[in-house]
Design a protein around this ligand. Structure first.
Ligand code: NAD
Length: 312
């Protein structure tokens, strides 16, 4: 299968590498010139579960995608705020039958993708795989993960199951879901509680969990997500989702980690995905006439932090 990875940062590199090792023809597409140059010159370097690996993978700048390029599947792996520009740049690659799979964190990406891709070719999902970008051309990949995905197009369940099987052939452990929006909201609740709060408070997740107000904040934010989701006919199991979010506090598992938004903003001075997590709930709340004060405030705080660090 010929597969393009549109957005070849940490996660795109992981997927590109695993799909390449699974004997697919992989094309990486990215907008970061230094990263593209390094991979062109030295290959993609990965610390893959402790082993140093170098793979020569073709990579192009997204501005240099050619009309003649042809792929069966495009996997989108930009950050949320880079998605629309990526789709604009690779428009010529999106043909009548090209399948497009979006595995970004956050809510509502299909609204953007639909502007560029016919609904019957869109698949959305989420993933428990992780990855870290160490520098241009270099990633760190460890642990295991999984993927859940579903078709947006009516009657495309068989194609979605085939796609999951195809990804699993490369060890990506993908499964068809018949309720992907539930999973996306459930994961967004984890990001919507851990990411913004740890970033603003400058703490890891275990430290957040030890604060006297953590439970109230998590509970309130999850309830805001749940009210918005309910309008979209997604009935979150609120106590289960709160417990799922708060399981991140455990120092024996992932509690000592700083979430990705913290790494992006505080460590690397990069813009955050807040507008597609808590910000998405704020926007939808306004549209549906539902008050979402914690999400509104957290979104504003994170933007204020971006401004105060002069991140653009
Ligand atoms: P990433 O930041 O590693 O890469 C995204 C894009 O940003 C790539 O095009 C990359 O080249 C570019 N980029 C990265 N660093 C840059 C720099 N210093 N200067 C210029 N450009 C730079 O993002 P990711 O971690 O691969 O995440 C992609 C999506 O997957 C996001 O929606 C994220 O929330 C989600 N996700 C990530 C993980 C994870 O463990 N990283 C896990 C699950 C989901």
């Amino acid at each position: 299968m010929k597969i393009a990875i549109a957005g070849a940062g940490a996660m795109g590199s992981r997927f590109g590498l695993m799909l390449h090792q699974g004997r697919n023809e992989v094309l990486l597409i990215d907008g970061w010139a230094d990263h593209v140059q390094q991979i062109k010159e030295h290959g993609l370097k990965a610390n893959f579960n402790g082993e140093e690996v170098v793979e020569q993978l073709p990579i192009v700048l997204q501005s240099e995608v050619e009309k003649e390029d042809q792929v069966d599947l495009i996997i989108l792996f930009t950050k949320a705020m880079q998605l629309e520009k990526m789709l604009q740049d690779i428009q010529s690659l999106i043909k009548k039958d090209t399948e497009v799979l979006c595995l970004l964190n956050g809510i509502g990406h299909e609204d953007i993708i639909e502007k560029f891709v016919p609904m019957e070719n869109i698949y959305i999902g989420n993933t428990m795989w992780t990855a870290g970008l160490e520098g241009p051309g270099q990633v760190k990949l460890f642990g295991n993960g999984s993927i859940e995905l579903q078709n947006l197009g009516a009657g495309k369940e068989v194609a979605a199951k085939k796609l999951a099987d195809k990804l699993s052939e490369s060890g990506l452990n993908a499964h068809f879901s018949d309720n992907i929006h539930y999973s996306i909201y459930r994961k967004a609740c984890v990001n919507g509680t851990m990411n913004g709060l740890c970033t603003i408070l400058d703490v890891n997740m275990a430290e957040l969990g030890r604060t006297s107000t953590a439970h109230k904040m998590v509970e309130t934010i999850v309830n805001e997500f749940a009210k918005v989701a309910a309008v979209e006919n997604i009935e979150l199991d609120i106590p289960e989702v709160i417990a799922h979010c708060e399981s991140c506090f455990d120092p024996e598992t992932i509690g000592l980690h700083y979430p990705s938004m913290y790494q992006d903003l505080i460590k690397n001075h990069r813009l955050t995905e807040i507008d597609y997590i808590n910000g998405a709930i704020s926007r939808k709340g306004k549209k549906y006439d539902i008050a979402t004060p914690y999400c509104d405030f957290l979104t504003e705080l994170v933007h204020a932090k971006e401004d105060s660090l002069n991140v653009k």
